[in-house]
Design a binder for this molecule. Structure first.
Ligand SMILES: NC(=O)c1ccc[n+]([C@@H]2O[C@H](COP(=O)([O-])OP(=O)(O)OC[C@H]3O[C@@H](n4cnc5c(N)ncnc54)[C@H](O)[C@@H]3O)[C@@H](O)[C@H]2O)c1
Length: 335
């Protein structure tokens, strides 16, 4: 049994990961400021510390009292599309916060730092996106993730701390926020179905993403902290089957039995097609990333979302730039 920290463990991926680590017999501490997650999602058996990864004193205290062997750093503000409009907050939370955790890891001799980066680091790279490609992130979210990746490699070289980097994409499933208006198309659609509102699609809806059911991906991330084959490596992780946003909307209507129409919004600035090659994760880590079909995964997610009912989707409270913000994202209270 090892002592592990999961930052962001009250969020979607973090809560699943914390549960998986507990089931594997580890002692789990969760650090989360509840800016996106819910305390009720922290699995029973994990110790929950409420606070921010940007809070240097709190992070230092936490590491001084518990000697972690592995740190899974998932805490981030992950609304990629919103990141150009909250640049300062994005770098503070996602870069400075990550460095605060990494400093503590180095000071307290944590063995391995596992980091959830994103395929956002690739920008509009050649498809399928491969780990061997040189990342060229195109928005502040991707730039922040890549900055942390580069810093981790430097820290490994200088201080010997091990790292494992995952670049996931388009994960969905139970516990995914349906309260977020800026990200997670599956969560947004589910909430729209529950509110009996049209499913909103940016542009023609022919942009493609490869969706991954959360439980297909979490075991690989959990095991990686203890896997020599994952040491000091970067892995794409996620499903292989590209699906258009329109096809996703259609499948979701079938799964939920809903007849809500599809409503097209003006296209927004986004990567049109994004799918990645996962050979490395499959061959080195034995990842099984497409075990659950989209229809099956959506059915499970729908069964969970129904129990929650429709959710309010409050706007982000501190938009830094409004120019070019999609109209549907503007806070009506600021008009
Ligand atoms: N879900 C995806 O498809 C996906 C894809 C690529 C990368 N990721 C990455 O995986 C990680 C988890 O994403 P998720 O989808 O579970 O998002 P999420 O929003 O559900 O979880 C993030 C958690 O981090 C917490 N958090 C945010 N800022 C914090 C701070 N300063 N201090 C402490 N806690 C903080 C939030 O409260 C939330 O519980 C993120 O790093 C994200 O960038 C997710």
């Amino acid at each position: 049994m090892s002592k592990v920290l999961v930052t962001g463990g009250a969020g979607f991926l973090g809560a699943h990961l914390a549960r998986e680590l507990l089931e594997r017999g580890h002692e789990v501490v969760v650090l989360d400021d509840l800016s996106g997650g819910l305390a009720s999602q922290v699995p029973e058996g994990a110790r929950f510390v409420r606070g921010s990864v940007v809070d240097d004193a709190l992070v230092e205290r936490l590491f001084a009292e518990t000697r972690f062997e592995v740190v899974y750093h998932l805490a981030a503000y992950a609304a990629e599309g919103l990141s150009p409009f909250i640049r300062r907050f994005n770098y503070e939370n996602n870069v400075v916060g990550s460095m605060t955790v990494l400093n503590a890891c180095i000071r307290h001799e944590v063995r391995r730092f596992v980091f959830t980066s994103s395929i956002a680091v690739y920008g509009t790279g050649e498809l399928p996106l491969r780990e061997s490609a040189t990342p060229r992130p195109e928005d502040p979210y991707g730039i922040a993730k890549y900055a942390v990746e580069l810093d981790l490699a430097a820290a490994t070289k200088q201080f010997g701390i091990e790292h494992t980097i995952f670049r996931p994409h388009n994960v969905y499933g139970e516990l995914q926020s349906t309260r977020d208006r800026y990200r997670n198309v599956v969560g947004i659609f589910l909430n729209q179905v529950l509110k009996e509102q049209p499913l909103t699609v940016f542009g023609d809806g022919l942009q493609t993403r490869a969706f991954t059911y959360v439980r297909d991906l979490v075991p690989t991330i959990a095991a990686s902290g203890f896997d020599e084959a994952a040491r000091d490596r970067v892995f794409n992780i996620g499903g292989d089957v590209p699906t258009s946003v329109l096809a996703l909307a259609q499948t979701l209507r079938e799964v939920t039995g809903s007849r809500v129409p599809i409503h097209h919004l003006p296209a927004r600035h986004e990567v049109v097609h994004a799918y990645a090659d996962h050979t490395l994760a499959k061959e080195r880590l034995g990842a099984r990333l497409d075990a659950t079909s989209l229809a099956e995964g959506l059915a499970r997610t729908w069964a969970w979302a129904r129990t929650l009912g429709p959710q309010e989707t409050p706007p982000f409270s501190a938009i830094e730039i409004e120019r070019g913000l999609p109209p549907s994202w503007l806070d009506p209270r600021s008009r």
